[in-house]
Design a protein around this ligand. Structure first.
Ligand SMILES: O=P(O)(O)OC[C@H]1O[C@@H](O)[C@H](O)[C@@H](O)[C@@H]1O
Length: 872
């Protein structure tokens, strides 16, 4: 990991001398441009309009009526607000820093000022709030807190004129220039401005946090979805306008999950990294989303996807396997012919800035004030947004339990809970919170003492840091959280006083702050005990824990996070092109060799090569185009065409047996029907088949224990399929089953266990596709029966049994290897001994059709490259 900004200098990056997809066969001589385009939902600046000069008075007057004494409302003009010079016909516009998202913005700010990367920030302006709306929003918040019914404030159908837009841009750029960064605002209009967040915040956010909405007719959700698509497209438009080859595009968070794939379609060679700041739920939960496929595919346009915690990345990979059926490893997903790296990057904070901000005279003054309020008391502090995932209710329940279990402690402790309003209206939770607090204070409080002090408001930074510094304990009980920055800031603030941290195991932070006191927020007795244990903890133990936590937080900072994400993305890109990428079949080259040859041989595997893999094997019947192409190919006397399959002879006979001059090899070579013959030869005739009973018993055992699996019994081979079972459990059971077979059956009989695509197959060892392929080459005869050596070989297959053919052909020294085309079907990243690859059976059919002239080769050549780069 780069430890200093010097490490981040583009000059020290690996030079990417080729495009990240070498199989494009287009050496682009690209170098990383040293520029990062960050795409995030909201600009770090807020834009608003038309606050009249006497705004302070008007705000105060309105707000006084609805929420007397409510400290949350800021009635003053924002300090340092920039005002655009404008002719009186235009709206005056103001820009100020946006609150919240501090980790995200400080990461961006470090990228801009602390590294040598050039940066561009593409982000939405957010709702451009006009004066009336601002008042309405404040009134809404105040009335909601006052407990009265209130409808959410309606944003106007707001529109900036061209001139105003230019002015807005000027203001934003001016603000950004202080950070030496370039800003590209995304302006969005039409209808209510909040519509652009609706899908992300009403559907996605809850689901990512394991919250299910009420079932609906879906009409509203459909509208929100269309807006979500448009939102992502608007970002893609802006990025395409400014993109230069070699730029790194860094996409942030759940508002922009479609953006990577939209960009991949438009900029096939772009370097794209995505980071999800929110949690990613179990695939069992994620699949509730009606747009689950689109969202996953959208993310998979990236070269690398980062998550806050290992469990989130595991869930994501599992969703890709289960929902999309994509192959994956513990750290990657194979999607659309490319390998997408999946990694974990827990976000940190700007610890140095916190250290500066927590040590100001204002903070120290506030600390004294707070201590004076609670002399002699242990202070427990909580600061959360008031939504359904931060676990404020769970916290209060646990505190109540603590008071009940440890009555002797009650008077010695105060819980100061600060809650800031949630994005979504949270009146119900607020009501519940107030009720519980009233109950605790009513039960355990006294005239001179109130155990829970609740501050439902945004507090100033100075007050916030003062609170974190005077606390004896921090209590974080989120029921779901991507990353909890309060816990990190608390650790920095406790450098001298060593207050322990109680942390919910359901936060993304839990994985990194292993020296906190971990709790399950649903277990109020457990949390109550943890509170007690922390309050009576020995100073030395507290100091030990704090020292470890402090070291972690000040090492894994936001700066380290930025550096780590980018350096891992760059090394992923750099390693992608040189490792084991197999080039896409050079169809013009193959076509030229074909035309020049007269003694040709073709070997095609069936499943996964001529027909796609389907859930039910008997339904994988050949498409008429496949039959037509094979028939034409076989009709040419210069061609010898073979199907070399694991299928049994009945299946091959039924679907392909009618094609004249087509050779068939069934059950991996156990049975052969030679070209021009109607008879099958059984190569296993004399082979002892008693092993089948043992294998059937074992397969039966696993079938009973693996829901959805089934046995296919052929004449010589036996196959156990788990393609309809749970993919992970099926693969696990297959490994167990394979072990079982290899310990009991293979030592006893001369048989082999093969792993296929979601299946295990057992067959006599002496036959395999490699032996058949070799034999066909050695026994090759031209039409008059004269032995000859093929001068053109095309061998295609998709699974490990076909690798035997590729390997065998490589070893035949009579063959001209330049005229021997071994082609694996699958992504270029697949491990293979084949020389070339094609993506899927559709590409195979197209390739064969070209050879026999069913498709005009001049029109179609290279189309697989186009197809693939388009997808990628
Ligand atoms: O060798 P191929 O054609 O890819 O077939 C592999 C396997 O594919 C499966 O779909 C069949 O059910 C099996 O019987 C067969 O062995």
């Amino acid at each position: 990991m780069p430890s200093s900004t010097a490490d981040m200098h583009p000059r020290s990056l690996p030079t990417l001398t080729e495009c990240c997809r070498p199989d494009c066969q287009e050496a682009l001589s690209l170098a990383c441009s040293g520029r990062v385009i960050s795409a995030m939902n909201l600009l770090p600046y807020e834009l608003y309009t038309d606050v009249p000069p006497d705004a302070t008075d008007v705000f105060s007057a309105v707000l006084d009526q609805v929420a007397a004494g409510d400290k949350q409302i800021s009635t003053a003009m924002p300090a340092g607000a920039a005002v655009a010079p404008s002719p009186s016909s235009e709206l005056p516009l103001f820009v100020r820093h946006r609150r919240g998202n501090s980790a995200l913005y400080s990461g961006q700010s470090f990228l801009e000022t602390g590294t040598s990367w050039k940066t561009v920030l593409v982000a939405w302006t957010g709702e451009i709030v006009n004066y009336d709306d601002r008042v309405a929003a404040q009134v809404a918040a105040a009335t909601a807190r006052a407990g009265t019914n209130h409808a959410a404030p309606v944003m106007n159908d707001f529109m900036l004129t061209e001139a105003e837009q230019t002015k807005a841009k000027f203001l934003l750029e001016e603000a950004a220039a202080k950070n030496e960064s370039t800003i590209v605002p995304v302006f969005l209009y039409g209808g209510e401005q909040g519509r652009w967040r609706a899908y992300a915040e009403q559907v996605l956010w809850p689901l990512l946090h394991y919250i299910l909405g009420e079932p609906s007719d879906g009409i509203e959700e459909k509208k929100w979805w269309l807006d979500y698509v448009k939102f992502n497209e608007a970002f893609a438009d802006k990025i395409c306008e400014i993109y230069m080859p070699g730029d790194i595009i860094w996409v942030h968070d759940y508002h922009l999950l479609l953006l990577p794939q939209i960009l991949r379609q438009r900029l096939p060679k772009a370097y794209i990294g995505t980071f999800l700041h929110a949690p990613f739920p179990s695939s069992e939960y994620f699949r509730y989303l009606t747009k689950r496929r689109e969202l996953l595919e959208g993310m998979l346009g990236s070269n690398m996807i980062g998550f806050q915690a290992y469990s989130f990345s595991r869930h994501f990979i599992s969703a890709c396997t289960r929902v999309l059926g994509f192959e994956s490893t513990a750290a990657s997903v194979d999607a659309f012919g490319a390998r997408v790296a999946i990694d974990v990057f827990p976000i940190g904070i700007d610890a140095a800035k916190v250290q500066r901000d927590m040590d100001t005279p204002a903070v120290r003054e506030n600390m004294v004030a707070i201590r004076d309020l609670y002399p002699g008391k242990k202070i427990i502090v909580g600061r959360d947004r008031l939504d359904s995932v931060r676990g404020v209710i769970q916290k209060l329940r646990a505190f109540e339990m603590f008071c009940q279990m440890y009555p002797e402690m009650v008077e010695k402790v105060v819980l100061i809970q600060v809650t800031s309003p949630a994005y979504a209206h949270s009146a119900k939770i607020e009501k519940k919170v107030n009720e519980i607090i009233a109950h605790i204070n009513g039960t355990y409080g006294m005239l001179h003492f109130t155990p829970v002090q609740h501050y439902p408001q945004q507090i100033a930074r100075d007050e916030y840091f003062a609170l974190l510094r005077v606390a004896d304990l921090a209590l974080i009980t989120s029921v779901r959280d991507g990353m909890n920055t309060t816990s990190l800031e608390y650790v920095v603030c406790q450098q001298d006083s060593h207050g322990p941290l109680i942390l919910s195991e359901f936060t993304g932070t839990a994985g990194m702050l292993t020296d906190s006191i971990m709790v399950n927020p649903w277990d109020s007795v457990g949390v109550a005990n943890a509170i007690h244990a922390c309050l009576v903890m020995k100073p030395q133990r507290k100091a030990e824990l704090e020292a470890k936590l402090y070291k972690h937080v000040t090492t894994h900072t936001i700066q380290a996070w930025v550096s780590q994400f980018l350096s891992r993305l760059v090394s992923t890109l750099a390693s992608e092109d040189h490792s084991h990428m197999t080039p896409v079949l050079d169809r013009p080259l193959m076509h030229a060799s074909y035309l020049a040859a007269t003694q040709r041989i073709f070997m095609f595997d069936y499943d996964g090569t001529l027909a796609p893999i389907v859930k039910e094997p008997s339904l994988a019947i050949p498409h008429p185009r496949v039959l037509d192409a094979l028939a034409r190919l076989a009709a040419d006397p210069r061609n010898q065409v073979w199907i070399i399959s694991g299928r049994d002879q009945a299946f091959l006979e039924q679907h392909l047996g009618h094609i004249p001059r087509l050779g068939l090899s069934a059950e991996h070579g156990c049975f052969m029907r030679r070209i021009g013959s109607k008879d099958w030869v059984n190569l296993t005739e004399t082979f002892d088949m008693s092993w089948q009973k043992d294998v059937m018993d074992i397969f039966q055992y696993y079938t009973e224990r693996t829901q959805g699996s089934f046995i296919e019994r052929k004449r010589a081979a036996v196959t156990w399929h788990y393609r309809r079972a749970d993919p992970e459990y099926g693969a696990f059971q297959a490994r167990e089953c394979q072990n079982h077979l290899e310990n009991t059956v293979t030592p006893k009989y001369d048989v082999e266990v093969m792993t296929g695509k979601a299946n295990l197959e057992v067959r006599p060892r002496f036959v395999n596709k490699g032996e058949i392929a070799k034999g066909l080459v050695y026994e090759y005869k031209i039409s008059d029966g004269t032995p000859a050596t093929p001068d053109f070989v095309l061998c295609m297959g998709d699974d490990s049994t076909d690798e035997d053919m590729f390997r065998a052909l490589r070893k035949v020294d009579t063959l001209d290897q330049d005229k021997t085309f071994t082609v694996t079907i699958g992504p270029s990243s697949k491990m293979t001994t084949a020389t070339w690859h094609l993506m899927d059976p559709a590409e195979v059919v197209k390739t064969v059709a070209e050879l026999v002239g069913s498709i005009d080769v001049r029109q179609e050549m290279g189309s697989s490259i186009v197809h693939e780069t388009k997808l990628r």
